[in-house]
Design a binder for this molecule. Sequence first.
Ligand SMILES: Cc1ncc(COP(=O)(O)O)c(C=O)c1O
Length: 404
Amino acid sequence: MVPLEYDQMLDKYLLFTPGPVNVAETLRAAICKEDICHREPDFDALLGSIEHKLISLFQIRNRARYRAVVITGSGTAANEAILSSVVGKGAILILSNGEFGGRLHKTSRIHNKHTHLIEMPWGAPFDPAQVAAYLKTHKIDVVAMVHHETCSGMLNPLAEVGAICKETGALFVVDGVSSVGAEVIDMEACNIAFVSSSSSKAIGSYPGLSFVVGRKKHFKRLKHHAAKTTYLNLATFYAFLKHHSQTPNTPAVPLFFALEQALTDILCEGVMKRYARIKARADLLRVGMRRLNLDFLIEEADMCSILTTVRVPPSISVRDLRDRLREKSIIIYEGKGCFAGKVFQVGNIGELSDYDIRFFLSALKDVLLTLQAEAAELVAPVRPTGATLVMLPPAKRIQKKVVS
Ligand SMILES: Cc1ncc(COP(=O)(O)O)c(C=O)c1O
């Protein structure tokens, strides 16, 4: 057991982030496999296996209707591939309620002249009725939404938006970069044409690869649009997949070995079992953080199971919190944009054990108490003898916040 006072540095960082993650030993071995040429049957087999396993990960029932392409590039590459390849000269509506919805919008504006936007404040849910009304009054060919808006930790409603798109005939495309591998994404039931994701988040592999899973009939139609990029044209990826199970350009082969291993490990464990394990780990963290009297940015029911976004207690600086935790080999995230300085984020994906979670919770308690004691000294400095000591309200509040 870890003693509660544990000031030692570990021999590795524990990545309590929404990715990158601590990878499994099986992946470390896989990335060092033999050198192969990507124009040889070995690579065809490797990519074929990844595609097969991705379709299994998504638990697609009618497997013959779907294909998956793998891109050498981070999650943004897969998102940009979708946004630059599926709209053609048509119109796209971006639904944004956070940083990553904002990025979809920015990317789409580069490639698509007719980019519409429904924008909610960061961390606020979408109103499906508003989306439905917009689609009824505007000619929209494609709707794009982030599934897990990582900046707030909020899961957005795939089934509702998918059903709305079905009614109007718009293609529904989804950024699943931070949810695939941890949350059910039923592409068939939710009417999703294309979904993107990356290797380095809930899939648990190294950064550097991303992928797009999509309906075959939609992949086939992409060749009718003029290409907007060379490297990220999904039609080209699909053409290479169809004829050879290869990629158009030189792929990062060692990362493909690692991704294949990560998918093998997930399928061996069982997809639903894995999702339940990730959720149980999130629950353990959340219960522990609530015991420290910490508040969360959004309701637990709205959260993805990979990440918890926590309000920073008064008088504590996120930067200090991060620095002190790093001294204990723990890495967390800071809030960005309008959440900067107000929240920190704790991920629970990758190779983190229950033991690591307890270690984290003890370290967090320790650091919060230390930082609050330091802050209390600042607001109520030592006074000359004889002076009356006044307990200032902020210091009192701090005391109450942390001691469980
Ligand atoms: C939802 C979402 N989309 C896109 C991205 C961008 O991915 P990458 O940094 O791998 O390019 C991220 C990264 O955190 C994300 O969380």
